[in-house]
Every structure is written in C-alpha cells, then in structure tokens.
Design a protein around this ligand. Structure first.
Ligand code: TXA
Ligand code: MG
Length: 345
C-alpha cells in the first residue's frame, strides 16, 4: 500500500478532510497529538479497529482509547458520566487525560478488547481535533508505533514504523509532551491512576481530592497478578539496547552510572549515558547525550522516546538517571523503568 503524506502546516485542510474520509471508510490515519502520534481508525467500526492491531502487531487483548472532539460526545460512549469525571473533563479537556469507565453498547468489543469499560480522551491538538470532526466519529487510536517500540513523537518515527502499512500520515511536527496521556479509572467511585502522564497526580488531586496510584505504575506485576490495565502486562517502550537506571541522589547516580559504564566497557560492551544539564560535568570523557534538565522533568519526558530511537544500534547499554517520582517525574520514571525492564542500580 502507498501511504499518503500530508504536512499539517501547509496542507492542514486537505490532510484532515481526506483523512476524515479515510477513517469513515474504514482506513487507518496516523495523526499528531500533544502527547505522541496516534494511529486512528473509526472507533465505531470493529473491522476498522482490527486493522490497527494488525498494523502495529499489537496483542488484541490490549484495549484502545477513543478520541473525541467535543466533551458532550462522552455520554454516547459511556453508560453514565460520574460526577468526578465531569469535574476532571471540565478542568483538563482538551488535554493529556484519558478516563476509563463503563462503556455503552455503541462501543464495539474490538475497542475495549472485551472489557466492560472504555477509555476516552479529548486531545489538545488542532490537527487531531480537526481530523476527529472531519471523520464525524470517535477515533480509536493507540500510539502509532510498532508494538514494543518507543512511542513516536515525530512524523519521522511514524514513517519508520508504519510506511506502507497504513493509508495516511499527517505530520504535525514534534509532540510537546512526548509521553502518552495520563490514564485514570473512575470505577468504584474512586480515581485511580493506571498510567501517569501530562496531567499529574498533584493536578488531579487539586480537583477531586485523594487519587490512588495503581501499584503496577512503578513496579512489575507479580506472577499471576491481574493487570488493572492490560497495557501493564506487556514489555513496553523497549529499545534494542539494555537500559539501566541509576538511583539515589544526583551525585551518587552519576558515580553509579560511571562505575557501570567502566565495567561494561571493560567487558567489551559499548555504553551511552543519557545525561542531564545538571549532571553532564560528571561524565567528562565518557560517551553521553544530554536529554534535558532534571529541574524540569517535562524536558526529559519530551525527548526520552526520541533519544531511544536515535541511539538504536549505537550502544549495547543505555545508562539513565532516575528522577524523584513527583509531578512529571512520575510519568518519566514509569516509562524509564518499563524500558529498563525495572533494572536499577
Ligand atoms: O497519549 C495517548 O494516550 C496516546 C495518544 C495517541 O492519544 N495513546 C496511547 O494509546 O498511548 P495506547 O493504546 O498506546 O495506550 C492506551 C493505554 C494502554 O496501556 C491500555 O492498556 C490502557 O490505556 N487502556 C485502554 N483502555 C483501557 C480500559 N478500558 N481499562 C484499562 N486500561 C485501558
Ligand atoms: Mg502505546
């Protein structure tokens, strides 16, 4: 298949109009959002949704997020809208917050992977919203990467993984947040974070009071433990290299990473350090890239996946710094620990 390419700046109308028609007709369109690129299909058409799983090589027991362009569309997709969901959507939509609750009968089983709940979000990206409006249906979309690869934060990443496999790619430049949306469950009258992201626990708690954190956010599932969110079961965001996370205070982290670097290089493995502005001085004479600032964790989130892709094939081992698990540091640590298969030193 030839994949059509549109630039969202120069060909915004043409791209979203044609893309909307392709979605309605059952095809696949990759599009930018404020978090990562999505791979979209008609969310009310089970056969179209199945094509997403095929193109990504995604296990079909991992449910998708429905993307809407109007808050009022939520009530068509859920059985009812809990009060806490109303408060959260008024505060954070459009934006990087996905909410999970009981699905209505309109949502095909392919979207929810057979669960009785469905995830919904309204993205804060003009191209994404224009595409959803042009399609006239909710768009089911996971991240537009091959299953197991880091999520794509630029159209180039999408082309790498999806060219020739999907109908359309709309290029909206680099994604501002760079990690996927926060996913919360509204089940049982509680708000539970299943995946941390751009809307932090602190921001959620300021609106709805105490919010719990699913234990699987920062630790591997125990053998035989049921996953509150199917995505937790899978090894995610894994680059080709071995990823190791150094923990502790910034100076201690650097010392640990350097010791590991020297040990591994002595053993014949090539290493690269994902350094930060604050710690770069510790790594003189070693091979490193600066991926952002510790004092501003969103800069690390923004570049983590792109750096994994950029360094593919360049090193056997990628050595990374842990951050405190507060604010955007929580989303960063969740992605980093999963990429590392929870390997820390
Ligand atoms: O930022 C994002 O959320 C991006 C953009 C494209 O919107 N999308 C994204 O989709 O990251 P995906 O499919 O890669 O991740 C969706 C996550 C998965 O971990 C999935 O298991 C979880 O949400 N999820 C979806 N529906 C769920 C449900 N009904 N119950 C629990 N978890 C659910
Ligand atoms: Mg994904």
């Amino acid at each position: 298949m030839d994949t059509l390419y549109f630039n969202a700046v120069k060909q915004s109308e043409a791209g979203t109009k044609l893309g909307g028609g392709v979605i309605r007709a059952g095809g696949l369109v990759a599009f930018p959002t404020e978090t990562v690129y999505g791979l979209g299909a008609n969310g009310l058409d089970g056969a179209a949704v199945n094509r997403i799983f095929e193109a990504k090589g995604r296990p079909n027991d991992n449910p998708l997020i429905l993307h809407i362009a109007k808050k009022s569309d939520l009530k068509e997709l859920w059985k009812s809208v809990p009060e806490k969901a109303r408060l959260l959507m008024d505060e954070f939509w459009p934006g990087p917050l996905t909410m999970v609750y009981l699905k209505s009968s309109r949502v095909p089983g392919e979207v929810s992977a057979g669960l009785d709940t469905v995830a919904v979000r309204m993205p804060a990206n003009r191209t994404a919203l224009a595409l959803i409006r042009a399609a006239g249906v909710p768009i089911a979309a996971p991240s537009a990467n091959l299953s197991g690869k880091p999520s794509p934060t630029s159209a180039e990443h999408v082309i790498e993984d999806m060219d020739g496999k999907i109908d359309v790619i709309i290029d909206g430049g680099s994604c501002a947040i760079g990690v996927e949306s926060t996913v919360v469950s509204l089940m049982g009258g509680e708000v539970t974070i299943l995946r941390p992201g751009g809307i932090t626990r602190e921001m959620l708690e300021a609106v709805v009071g105490p919010v719990s954190l699913s234990p699987a956010v920062l630790a591997p599932l125990k053998q035989g433990e049921a996953a509150p969110s199917p995505g937790m079961k899978y090894k995610h965001y894994a680059p080709d290299a071995e990823v190791i996370v150094g923990t502790g205070a910034p100076g201690d982290i650097a010392a640990k990473l350097i010791a590991e670097y020297e040990k591994r290089e002595a053993g014949g493995q090539s290493c690269i350090i994902f350094a930060t502005e604050e710690t770069r001085r510790f790594y003189k004479g070693k091979r490193y890239v600066i991926i952002g600032e510790r004092k501003n964790p969103i800069t690390l989130c923004e570049s983590l996946f792109a750096q994994f892709r950029a360094n593919e094939g360049r090193a056997d081992v990628i050595l990374c710094e842990a951050l405190p698990e507060a604010d955007m540091g929580l989303a960063y640590m969740n992605r980093l620990l999963r990429s590392a298969g929870f390997k820390t030193i």
